[in-house]
Design a protein around this ligand. Structure first.
Ligand code: F6P
Length: 344
């Protein structure tokens, strides 16, 4: 078969591991040929391709980013976009398309499937918020980076008797904040799933202060709602999928906390450090398993499906189900935060 491959949306550690696994198994086991579309859906619209061979993918499992590069191109917002993509795939004699991406990318895969394209999906996002899978690759790496950063913030905050508010990624879901916050022994963890009660945050920091620790670490997800309402954004521009650029909640909270408590407070935004660099061993392995399962789906003719992790097993679900809603932090995980919090 001639199989097309693309990576869409924000990059994520492990994308190259998926590409490598798909191409290796496709060529060695099934005798496939591969066409890589560059820069996500833009490459399909513009017919911008590279051949993918065993040589191209050799050793890429260790590398961050994506050898296919990526973009947030929304084909559905472009007039005639779906038809243009269908024409490009036809011109390249593509028998099946594998799209590696989060909910935005998979919403385009779904539109193309409805237009008759045989497509399968692989779930990607460091935010870990794609519905229907227990884990997206990239999340583990992001949590590792954030946890290491929080560990480092403890010592500098303690040395200066400061509060430090650390902003991590997580547009709709607080999985990174929750996991890295708990693992990094943050004193306060704030997620989009819960309104922020600033008085309660300050009480927790004061409790800490009065019990021997004259410093505090607050971890906040970028998408958490400001106590004054809304999310902290940069400008008002929206991307092609209607998302604002989130940033600034840590700085906003730091200034409020300093005002309310009198404790010297700083903020730091970990931003894209969480997305860059080499994937963790866990993500390399998960991404490899996803890639191997995706090329199997293609050869089983199971189009319209997304590979997912359920427990320890790789399975598949309809892409339509995966993009129907976000997987946010549920009550059982929020209870972890409650259980660890002192009674103030
Ligand atoms: O991919 C998801 C994500 O990492 C979000 O957490 C974040 O808000 C967004 O991407 C940032 O995207 P960009 O790199 O396009 O600014």
């Amino acid at each position: 078969m001639r199989v097309g491959l693309l990576t869409g949306g924000g990059d994520c550690p492990g994308l190259n591991a998926v590409i490598g696994a798909v191409v290796k198994k496709g060529i060695q086991q099934y005798g496939d040929e591969f066409v890589g579309f560059l820069e996500g859906w833009r490459g399909v619209l513009d017919n911008n391709t590279i051949p993918l061979t065993l040589d191209t993918v050799d050793g890429i499992i260790t590398k961050g980013g994506t050898i296919l590069r990526t973009s947030r191109t929304n084909v559905r917002k472009i007039e005639g976009g779906v038809e243009k993509c269908v024409a490009t795939l036809k011109a390249n004699k593509i028998d099946a398309l594998i799209a590696i991406g989060g909910d935005d990318t998979q919403s385009v895969t779904n539109a193309l499937i409805q237009a008759g394209v045989p497509g399968v999906g692989v779930p990607k996002t460091i935010d870990n918020d794609l519905n229907g899978t227990d884990v997206c690759f990239g999340f583990d790496t992001a949590v590792g980076i954030a946890t290491e950063a929080i560990d480092r913030l403890h010592t500098t905050a303690e040395a200066h008797n400061r509060v430090i508010v650390c902003e991590v990624m997580g547009r709709d879901a607080g999985w990174i904040a929750l996991t890295a916050g708990v693992a990094g022994n943050a004193h306060v963890v704030l997620v989009p799933e819960r309104p922020i009660d600033l008085d309660h945050v300050c009480k927790l920091l004061k409790y800490n202060h009065d019990h021997g620790k004259k410093y505090g670490i607050v971890v906040v997800a970028e998408g958490a709602k400001l106590p004054s309402g809304g999310q902290a954004t940069v400008g008002t521009k929206l991307d092609a999928f209607g998302h604002a650029q989130l940033s600034g909640i840590a700085a906003a909270l730091a200034s409020e906390i300093e005002k309310k408590t009198g404790y010297e407070t700083r903020s730091v935004n970990l931003g894209h450090t969480q997305r860059g660099g080499s994937p963790s061993a866990y993500d390399r392995m998960l991404a490899t398993r996803y890639g191997l399962a995706a090329i199997d789906l293609v050869h089983e003719g199971k189009f319209g499906q997304l590979v997912v992790l359920h427990g320890t097993k790789i399975e598949s679900i309809p892409i339509a189900e995966a993009i129907s809603k976000n997987r946010t932090v549920d009550a059982s995980f929020l209870k972890i935060l409650d259980a660890l919090e002192p009674k103030v």
